[in-house]
Design a binder for this molecule. Structure first.
Ligand code: PHE
Length: 355
């Protein structure tokens, strides 16, 4: 048996060193070490030998098996590295290279582009940009903003309340507007301040001009001696930067719980002349009125200052104005987008028009 083991070992070594691939090695592993191979069979036969031969025969067969295993393993490791290198060089894809054909770099989504455009206008006027929490409390979203306990926006049919989100003023909800940041900012920063707050807001609404989630930009300026004329001048600068240098503004009386007086602001239509389109027909954008409603605003209500009076806001010495605009609405007006839902469907044929 010792001789046979030596023969097998010599033959196997020669074949292993001649093998040219990991597949060939695998065949040799089966041939010499597999279940039906001769060497393992010899090992099993050791038990049937006379006791005085067993020790040496067992040892030599075992050593031969270990030697072959080690040789196959070492050769396989060499092949594996070489085969991997070959596969990589044959099939190399440099993911840092531009595609073929070259794809243009993408561009901002129309809503991001519009937000940034509006931010630029206000940054140019000296405003800072801040963001705030999308999950708010009843206190910040309604109470501190002077909402009547029976205000309709508080209803569960209008607003997303967080299940298990507490009760009373601390109850959590998805903010329905960016206005709660007026309070949070004034709690943190003494006057004078001038800030805008872009962000997502949420309402239980869904049709061609309403989606449950949309975007607003809040504006808040507080200082001494601020008047409605400052508000109008600021918004006129905004309207002209966004809709064209010839624009005019119209303020209409309105109601918001946290501003007094409150106004809705219209911009003169940029598609027509006072409601009449260039062809003589009624303008389809402003529906012939000559005006486009763009935002809500007003002078900060003294009751709102009262909610933050311990932070340096005294209604007797300070005034301010606030405004809130819908980013979707501005983008729709400016680019003639007929349905709000296009913004969220991610259809590239729509989005690529605004690159
Ligand atoms: N928060 C109001 C809304 O969502 C808009 C607004 C903001 C009005 C600031 C006045 C002042 O409708």
């Amino acid at each position: 048996m010792l001789e046979r083991v030596a023969e097998i070992q010599t033959q196997a070594k020669a074949e292993i060193s001649a093998a040219s691939s990991s597949a060939a090695l695998e065949e040799l592993r089966v041939k010499y070490l597999g279940r039906k191979a001769e060497l393992p069979q010899l090992l099993r036969d050791v038990a049937g030998l006379p006791p005085q031969q067993r020790g040496e025969a067992g040892r030599s067969a075992n050593e031969a098996r270990q030697t072959l295993e080690a040789l196959i393993e070492a050769a396989a490791a060499r092949f594996e590295a070489a085969e991997m290198a070959a596969a990589l060089s044959e099939d190399d894809v440099d993911i840092t290279l531009p595609g073929s054909p070259v794809e243009a770099v993408g561009h901002h989504h129309l809503l991001s582009a519009t937000r940034r455009e509006i931010e630029d206008v206000f940054c140019g006027l000296g405003y800072s940009v801040v963001e705030g929490p999308e999950v708010e409390t009843v206190q910040y979203n309604f109470d501190s903003l002077n909402h009547d306990p029976a205000h309709p926006a508080r209803a569960r049919s209008d607003t997303f309340y967080i299940e298990g989100g507490g009760e009373g003023p601390d109850q959590t909800l998805l903010r329905t507007h960016t206005s709660p940041m007026q309070i949070r900012i004034m709690e943190e920063t003494p006057p004078p301040i001038a800030l805008i707050v872009p962000g997502r807001v949420f309402r239980r609404d869904s049709d061609a001009t309403h989606t449950p989630q949309f975007h607003q930009i809040e504006g808040l300026l507080v200082d001494e001696g601020v008047t409605l004329a400052d508000l109008k001048g600021t918004l006129l600068a905004f309207a002209r930067a966004i809709f064209g240098a010839d624009r005019e503004l119209r303020l209409r009386p309105h109601f918001f719980p946290f501003t007094e007086p409150s106004v809705e602001v219209d911009v003169s239509c940029f598609m027509c002349d006072q409601g009449t389109a260039p062809g003589g027909e009624r303008c389809s954008l402003c529906k012939g009125t000559g005006w486009l409603e763009v935002l809500g605003s007003g002078m900060v209500d003294p009751n709102v200052f009262a909610a933050v009076s311990e932070h340096g806001y005294d209604p007797d010495t300070h005034q301010g104005f606030a405004f809130g605009l819908g980013i979707e609405r501005i983008a729709m007006l400016k680019h003639g987008v007929p349905d709000l839902r296009f913004f969220y469907e991610n259809d590239l044929r729509f989005l690529r028009q605004f690159g």
